[in-house]
Design a protein around this ligand. Structure first.
Ligand code: SF4
Length: 351
C-alpha cells in the first residue's frame, strides 16, 4: 500500500488499511484489533497510553497518525429534547450532527459530506452545493465523540445517515466508516439493524450497500411520478423512479426488515390524496414503511407546509392500505436542526 500522508487520521484507513500498514512494517496483524479497540471501545486519544503495545510501535504510530477529536463549535438543545452539534474539522470546515432522544435510547443523525451536490429543491444543504466529502475518520468521529459525551441511560444505539450530504455519493469513505461503526470486535459495535443509510436515489449504489454492509436502507422518495420528482429532486433525471424501485427490489433485505421510504410533504406539490393512493399502490408489493415529514419552511425553498388536516388525510390513505406510516416532525426546528440550517446560520446565511 502507499503510505498515508504523515500525521493523517488513523481511522481513515479502516481495519484493512491499518493491517496493511502494519504488515508492511513486519508487525503482526493482531495489533490492528488492539489499536482500534483502544480508540473505539476505550475512547483513548493518545498512542502513548496504549499500554499493551510496545514502545517502538507506539512511537511509530504517533509519528504517522493522529486520533482526532472534532471541535464542538456549537451545542444547542431544542425544546423537543434534540441536541444539535456543530463540529469543526481540521481544515476549518464545519459539519452538523443531531442527537435525538427516543423512549429508551438515542439516535444520532450523522453527516456524510460538507454540503451536498444533489440539489433537492426543498433542502437548505442542497441550496449551498457540495464543499467536499467527509473522510471515513470524520464520519466515525461524529459517532465516537458523541458516544464519549453520553453517560449512563443516555445510550446511543441508533444511527441514521441522514445529515448533510448524500452518503452514497461518498461511497468508499462511507463503507470504511460503516465497517468500523459496525465491527463488534474492534470497532464501535453498533448493530446493523440499528443503522440506517438514507439516499436521495443513487440507484446504482444501492445493491452494493446491501452487499457490503448489513445496514437498513431508507429512500428519500418525495413524489410518485417522474415529472414531480425530477422537478424537486434532480437525481431523478438520471435514476428515475422505476430504476430506483428496481434497485430497492434487488437490495438484499434481511428477514424481518423493511425499507423506509421518506416522503417530505410539500403543500400543493406532492400532498394530494391521489398521490397518497398512488404511493400505496406503488409500494404495495414491497416490505416498506413510510415516514411522512411535513415540510419545515425556510428561506431557501419556495414551498409551504401542508396544513395538519391534509397531512392526516394523506396518512390515513396509507394506513388503510396497511402500511406503517408515521408522521415525523423535523427535530429541533427551533434550533435550526433541519438539514443544513445551523451551519448556514453560523456562516451568516439569513434564517
Ligand atoms: S435532501 Fe439530502 S440529498 Fe437532497 S440536497 Fe439535501 S442533503 Fe442532499
Amino acid at each position: 500500500m502507499t503510505d498515508p500522508a504523515p500525521q493523517s487520521d488513523i481511522l481513515d484507513l479502516g481495519a484493512p488499511g491499518l493491517s496493511a500498514w502494519l504488515k508492511a512494517r513486519g508487525i503482526a496483524p493482531y495489533r490492528t484489533a488492539q489499536i482500534l479497540r483502544w480508540i473505539c471501545l476505550r475512547q483513548m486519544d493518545r498512542f502513548e497510553d496504549m499500554t499493551d503495545l510496545g514502545k517502538d510501535l507506539r512511537e511509530e504510530l504517533a509519528q504517522n497518525f493522529t486520533i482526532p477529536r472534532l471541535d464542538v463549535l456549537e451545542r444547542a438543545e431544542s425544546s423537543d429534547g434534540s441536541e444539535k452539534f456543530l463540529f469543526g474539522l481540521a481544515d476549518g470546515q464545519s459539519v452538523e450532527a443531531v442527537l435525538m432522544p427516543e423512549r429508551d435510547h438515542h439516535t444520532l443523525c450523522v453527516s456524510s459530506q460538507i454540503g451536498c451536490a444533489m440539489g433537492c429543491a426543498f433542502c437548505r444543504t442542497g441550496a449551498e452545493g457540495l464543499s467536499r466529502n467527509l473522510t471515513a475518520g470524520e464520519m466515525v468521529a461524529q459517532v465516537r465523540d458523541v458516544l464519549a459525551m453520553l453517560q449512563g441511560p443516555d445510550r446511543l444505539t441508533n444511527l441514521v445517515f441522514m445529515g448533510m450530504g448524500e452518503p452514497l455519493a461518498n461511497y468508499e469513505n462511507l463503507r470504511t466508516a460503516l465497517s468500523l461503526i459496525l465491527d463488534a470486535h474492534q470497532g464501535l459495535s453498533f448493530a446493523g439493524r440499528r443503522v440506517t443509510v438514507s439516499t436521495a436515489g443513487l440507484a446504482s449504489k444501492i445493491v452494493g450497500l446491501g452487499q457490503d454492509t448489513r445496514v437498513n436502507l431508507a429512500i428519500s422518495l418525495n413524489a410518485v411520478d417522474d415529472e414531480t420528482r425530477s422537478a424537486i429532486m434532480p437525481v431523478n433525471r438520471i435514476h428515475p423512479i422505476r430504476d430506483l424501485l428496481a434497485a430497492c427490489d434487488a437490495f438484499p433485505l434481511r428477514p424481518g426488515r423493511r425499507i423506509t421510504f421518506e416522503y417530505v410533504l410539500l403543500a400543493g406539490v406532492n400532498d394530494s390524496l391521489a398521490e397518497a393512493r398512488e404511493l400505496a399502490r406503488m409500494l404495495s408489493p414491497r416490505r416498506a414503511k413510510i415516514n411522512l415529514i411535513p415540510f419545515n419552511p425556510h428561506d431557501r425553498a419556495p414551498y409551504e407546509r401542508p396544513d395538519e388536516a391534509a397531512v392526516l388525510a394523506f396518512q390515513q390513505v396509507l394506513l388503510k392500505a396497511n402500511f406503517t406510516a408515521v408522521i415525523r416532525q423535523s427535530k429541533g426546528a427551533d434550533i435550526a436542526a433541519a438539514c443544513g440550517q445551523l451551519r448556514a446560520a453560523r456562516q451568516g446565511v439569513s434564517e
